[in-house]
Design a protein around this ligand. Structure first.
Ligand code: PGA
Length: 248
């Protein structure tokens, strides 16, 4: 049985005061949550989040990292630095990184490999744009994004990773993929992995992301191949986030 994983992606939101209130609210409401829970926070707040969450059931991570180990890379943050703050997870290949910062499939695969080499669990984000969905190439796009990682790291590496299927058209738009639409892509991803390694496929946590809220989480998380959520906007409100966690 796969455990559900609900992870908040705070994006570029928060402040010391806001984070304190948000985390206090989440910690206070964790009773009755069966899912694994994590928050992926902006780099400057990792120390705050580590101090606040150490000893709790909630894990934490970052939203991006460098593929490089160290050196003259102004503005970058390495995997070892994230490990210094006891990050369990790091997002790689979020669609905002791919679209706004031009991250290629190959670069995302390098970041994935570097995260694992440092002992973290990468959350590999994949998903198609609206144009790609309308062009009926959703599966081809997701497949290409997965293949870059499998080619570099091997399918066995997915046993130490999480995949997040996030249709780009559903992120931050309030338009959620229907449970059927999401389930179909999740099943496709799992079947694709199963062709290479059945055990890895059966154990792989595949989260859904894209306007998941308290009012649609039960239905989405009830799908057989949806193993959790990657939550943006709704992760910034403790009650809303907890309601999603309880749905898992
Ligand atoms: P959203 O973002 O929940 O605000 O749509 C999800 C994400 O980008 O991870």
């Amino acid at each position: 049985m796969r455990r559900k994983l609900v992870a908040g992606n705070w994006k570029m939101h928060g402040s010391l005061a806001e984070n304190e209130a948000l985390l206090s609210g989440i910690l206070a409401g964790m009773g009755g949550v069966k899912a694994d829970v994590a928050v992926c926070v902006p780099f400057p707040y990792l120390a705050q989040v580590q101090a606040k969450l150490t000893g709790s059931a909630i894990r934490w991570g970052a939203q991006n990292m460098s593929q490089q180990a160290r050196g003259a890379y102004t503005g970058e943050v390495s995997a070892a630095m994230l490990k210094d703050f006891a990050c369990t997870y790091v997002l790689v290949g979020h669609s905002e990184r791919r679209a706004i910062y031009g991250e290629s499939d190959e670069l995302v695969a390098e970041k994935f490999a570097a995260a694992q080499a440092a002992g973290m669990t990468p959350i590999l984000c994949v998903g198609e744009t609206l144009r790609e969905r309308e062009g009926c190439i959703t599966e081809a796009v997701v497949s290409r994004q997965m293949d870059a990682v499998i080619a570099k790291c091997g399918v066995a590496a997915l046993a130490r990773a999480v995949v997040a299927y996030e249709p780009v058209w559903a992120i931050g738009t309030g338009v959620t993929a229907s449970p059927d639409q999401a389930q179909a892509v999740h099943a496709y991803i799992r079947a694709k992995v199963r062709e290479l390694d059945a055990a890895v496929a059966d154990g792989l946590i595949i989260q859904y992301g894209g306007s998941m809220k308290a009012n649609n989480a039960v239905e989405l998380l009830g799908q057989p191949d949806i193993d959790g959520g990657l939550i943006g906007g709704a992760a910034l409100n403790a009650e809303e986030f907890l309601a999603i966690c309880r749905a898992g």
